[in-house]
Design a protein around this ligand. Structure first.
Ligand SMILES: [Zn+2]
Length: 255
């Protein structure tokens, strides 16, 4: 009798064990990508941890000319920074930017860190497909249609301050500090805009308008800058990589 009782009890325990674990698996497996995930679920690593602070090693960040280099660009999925940014992934790789602008953003990251502010990169280059998606999501996302955003020319980034691994979107004092640092470097800051107010946005066009950019014109670098002897080649590679992303995200949209 005692033996039977032991067997029954063991079976019951085994059943309970399997049940709780099976449930855990089901939950994690069937979590849909579009379901709301709290910001805390993502431990955000500040950009300064990816950036080499020593200015002599800027070249280390340069991309090599390989056919598939675009596939190595970092990107994040929706809600990674605790906000709805649409279904298409966001490219976050600094190498997807115009080389001169990229180095300015590295400087911004380094300067902010020196003042105790950690930044994360929310988005760098943006495809037409992604820009179109924002446009359809409403006015608080963008006022620019496909082809009109500086992101689409590698000349804009979106950043967010990170405190204890969490993105902090609503601290206006912190935003202003970051904005001032960027503006001192000659960057245009979206925190000055009202439609929409976009404090995480920084851009640089070397004086060009959207009209120039749409027509393929490239910004002229400041005269004193001779760090970019291979700029034309780099831009050629960049444009090829942008096209690959365009094709890949365009295909996702048509699905
Ligand atoms: Zn932006």
């Amino acid at each position: 009798m005692r033996f039977i009782l032991k067997v029954v009890l063991s079976l019951l325990l085994l059943f309970l064990f399997v049940k709780t674990h099976a449930q855990f698996n089901v939950n994690s497996l069937f979590e849909t990508a579009s379901s709301r995930i709290p910001a805390e679920a993502f431990r955000i690593v500040p950009a300064s941890q990816h950036v080499v602070i020593d200015s002599t090693t800027f070249e280390d960040l340069a991309f090599g000319d390989s056919l598939n280099g675009w596939k190595n660009w970092s990107f994040v999925e929706n809600y990674n920074f605790g906000k709805d940014r649409g279904a298409l992934p966001m490219i976050t790789d600094l190498n997807s930017l115009h080389p001169f602008f990229r180095d300015q953003i590295i400087n911004l990251i380094v300067k902010c860190k020196a003042k105790g502010i950690e930044l994360a990169i929310v988005e760098t280059y943006r495809t037409h497909a992604k820009q179109h998606e924002y446009k359809t999501m409403g006015k608080k996302y963008t006022s620019s249609g496909a082809g009109r955003s500086k992101h689409q020319y590698g000349l804009a980034v979106d950043v967010v301050p990170v405190v204890n691994s969490v993105a902090v979107w609503n601290n206006t004092v912190l935003w202003r500090k970051i904005g001032v640092i960027g503006e001192k470097m000659g960057l245009r800051w979206g925190g000055r805009w009202r439609k929409p107010y976009d404090p995480g946005h920084f851009e640089w066009t070397g004086g060009l308008t959207s009209y120039h950019l749409v027509n393929g014109k490239l910004p002229v670098l400041p005269n004193f800058d001779e760090r970019y002897p291979c700029l034309e080649e780099d831009i050629k590679i960049l444009r090829r990589y942008w096209k690959e992303w365009e094709t890949s995200q365009g295909a996702l949209t048509r699905k």
